[in-house]
Design a protein around this ligand. Structure first.
Ligand code: SF4
Length: 277
């Protein structure tokens, strides 16, 4: 550089930029001057769309719950039952089966064995033919008869209404316990996590987990406790009616513009590749 020649500097008033429009800003990188201007401007941290999006935000979760309430206002458990015991048996039989299938079996079953004591007096082998069509009948017969014997011997013939006690029954895990405690005893002790809840919670990005205990913990953190029972029923109904495992009916879904599931069949919003069943 020649001594004494000072390179031209941007004017402190900013007037030198006036030719480039009202703000005086030229797109970054178009001239050396513009690059210098951009470099000296305050560096506001820019959030990407991904950073701004929080699938667990109370606003988003609240909107999901609101739309579920509007769509499925009074849904309840689809398993037919007239007592806590009948619901417990029906829920045990529903594993790897459909509610429709279980509802075909249970009326005759409870006519044949009307009380818990009747079940407690059976051997699993005696019960097997009556529940054969629900599948996994050997294990289910063992669970039902084992639960009946324990309820008669330890709980005075009454299905317990405490989580710890009900979990002590053979064949009863948290899903069954939550169904009975929530639906019959109206106690929100947890969220029922079955195949529908697993699939839809993942599609809606309410969980990243795939095993039921972790999914339940995730849902219990974001769903208000007073909604746990209804939310479970609503999601199970949603899974049957619209959000099926294969070919969900996204074009008819009330949650469509809140859902970024990668396996949607129709979408008005961005797809998130990790949001899938
Ligand atoms: S938009 Fe489709 S994938 Fe998402 S919840 Fe609705 S039915 Fe399920």
């Amino acid at each position: 550089m020649v001594r004494g020649v000072v390179p031209r500097q941007p004017a402190k008033t900013g007037r030198h930029e006036g030719v480039h429009g009202r703000s005086g800003m030229k797109p970054a990188g178009t001239t050396k001057g513009a690059v210098r201007l951009r470099a000296s401007a305050p560096a506001w941290p820019q959030k990407t769309a991904k950073q701004r999006y929080n699938p667990l935000s109370p606003e988003r979760v609240g909107e999901i719950l609101k739309r579920l309430d509007q769509t499925y206002p009074e849904v309840t458990c689809a398993l037919q039952h007239k007592s806590a015991w009948e619901l417990l048996v029906a829920t045990i039989l529903s594993a790897q089966s459909t509610d429709v299938n279980v509802n075909r079996v249970t009326p005759a079953l409870f006519r044949k064995y009307p009380t818990i004591e009747d079940f407690a007096a059976l051997t699993p082998e005696q019960l097997q033919p009556d529940i054969y069509s629900t599948g996994f009948f050997r294990n289910k017969a063992k669970s039902v008869v084992g639960a009946a014997k324990k309820i008669v011997s330890d709980f005075g013939g009454q299905v317990p209404d405490e989580m710890e006690e009900i979990l002590s029954l053979p064949g009863v895990a948290r899903k069954t316990a939550n169904v009975v405690l929530g639906t019959w005893f109206k106690k929100p002790e947890g969220v029922v996590v079955d195949t529908h809840v697993t699939r839809i919670a993942r599609r809606l990005e309410l969980t990243n987990n795939s095993d039921a205990p972790k999914i339940e913990q995730d849902l219990m953190k974001v769903i208000p406790r007073e909604k746990w029972i209804l939310f479970s029923h609503q999601i199970i109904w949603h899974g049957r009616k619209l959000c099926m495992a294969r070919l969900p009916k996204c074009a008819e879904c009330p949650l469509e513009n809140l859902c970024h599931a990668a396996d949607k069949t129709w979408s008005t919003v961005e797809i998130h590749k990790n949001a899938k069943a």
